[in-house]
Design a protein around this ligand. Structure first.
Ligand code: PLP
Length: 355
């Protein structure tokens, strides 16, 4: 049960939703009418409010800008075929956000603020949720340090904010990924397992280099030996080798993806062999050479399932079987879509009902 977070609500005078076709907008560029904000000061959460979407007044000395105390989450709300609104596993995002908060020396966000704010916001902005088969409302909760102060220390004040934007397909085509053996996303003891803004900033330069070589994304490898595969962009990685689904085991260098957890639950439910363990580059290249590498794909909230059609390693390119020949990942993609759209039974209770 979510307690009342005493949210002050100021509704927009005129909705902007009619300016857009919510089923056809570029990802992350058009924001819905309202936003939720709560403030942390004097050791407590206060001033929970929903207001029309607007810019933030801030100091150029705001500590998040200088010292990186900035974390975020990403999840999606869906409109079912009967018009009901629900969110995919939001309590998992809530828990993960607070893991990030602890690691970044930030205050945890109480459940009544996170969930209470989210539910009120979605009730107000439900007209922004796409109705198309692959559409959803992307939800971006984030927490930032707001002290106006230069000097490296944990901030005393913070803002927790939720904004949302309609989203269609993230990748419209299968992707090519390059195994990164020079730059590092995360190291043991670091912050790879949390959604801290700095993890993403550091990924941009290597990704740009990979894109210059014709790839859409990189596959990160372990920071010590560059011989084990970890993640790809903002997705966890999965392979079907022979009849087994394999994925890198979670560690403090890998984000515990909610899509990853859901795909593994479905695969196990279907009786598929599943292994969570270290996966070396050599193992995948050998499976490619002997024809047992059937599928490779990334899994994450933004993309759901991103098919990988080729992998680059050093100067070599390894094309993978066409998507049409794949048995497992298209079925997973369709099953997740059907659960989210209320077309099939939600036997794991993943959909959190808003209305
Ligand atoms: C680095 C990273 N790995 C994996 C994921 C996939 O996680 P999820 O399925 O919870 O979206 C994300 C996206 O949140 C990410 O940023």
């Amino acid at each position: 049960m979510i307690a009342n977070a005493n949210i002050k609500i100021e509704k927009t005078k005129e909705s902007r939703v009619t300016n857009y076709d919510v089923n056809d907008v570029p990802f992350g560029k058009c924001f819905s009418d309202h936003m939720f904000i709560a403030e942390y000061a004097d050791g407590k959460w206060q001033n929970a409010s929903i207001s029309p979407y607007q810019d933030m007044p801030m100091s150029y000395a705001m500590s998040a800008l200088h010292y990186g105390q900035a974390i975020f989450e990403g999840m999606k709300a869906y409109k079912s075929i009967t018009g009901d609104v629900s969110i995919f596993r939001p309590l998992e995002n809530f828990k993960r956000m607070n893991k990030s908060a602890i690691r970044m020396a930030m205050p945890e966000v109480p459940e009544e603020i996170f969930m209470g704010g989210l539910l009120e916001l979605l009730k107000l902005d439900s007209a922004w949720i796409p109705t198309s088969d692959t559409g959803s409302l992307y939800i971006r909760p984030f927490l930032i340090a707001t002290d106006e102060a230069i000097g490296v220390k944990a901030s005393d004040t913070y803002k927790f904010v939720i904004i949302t934007c309609p989203a269609g397909k993230y990748y419209t085509e299968p992707i090519k990924v390059l195994i990164e053996t020079n730059y590092i996303r995360a190291v043991e003891g670091g912050i790879g397992f949390v959604k801290a803004a700095g993890n993403y900033g550091r990924s941009l330069f290597p990704t740009k280099l990979a894109q210059q070589k014709g790839y859409q994304q990189v596959i990160w490898t372990d920071g010590k030996t560059h011989s084990f595969l970890e993640e790809s962009g903002t997705m966890n990685l999965m392979f079907v080798v022979g009849d087994t689904l394999i994925t890198p085991a979670l560690s403090d260098t890998i984000l515990a993806g909610i899509t990853r957890n859901s795909v593994l639950a479905l695969a196990r439910d279907w009786g598929m062999k599943v292994e969570e363990r270290k996966i070396s580059i050599i193992e995948i290249l050998e499976a490619h050479a002997n024809g047992t590498l059937k599928e490779a794909f990334g899994v994450g909230t933004a993309a759901t399932i991103a098919q990988i059609i080729g992998i680059g390693h050093v100067d070599n390119y390894y094309p993978l079987p066409p998507v049409e020949e794949r048995q497992f990942s298209p079925k997973i993609d369709e099953t997740l879509r059907n659960i989210r759209k209320g077309k099939i039974e939600d036997k794991f209770n993943w959909m959190f009902k808003v209305s």
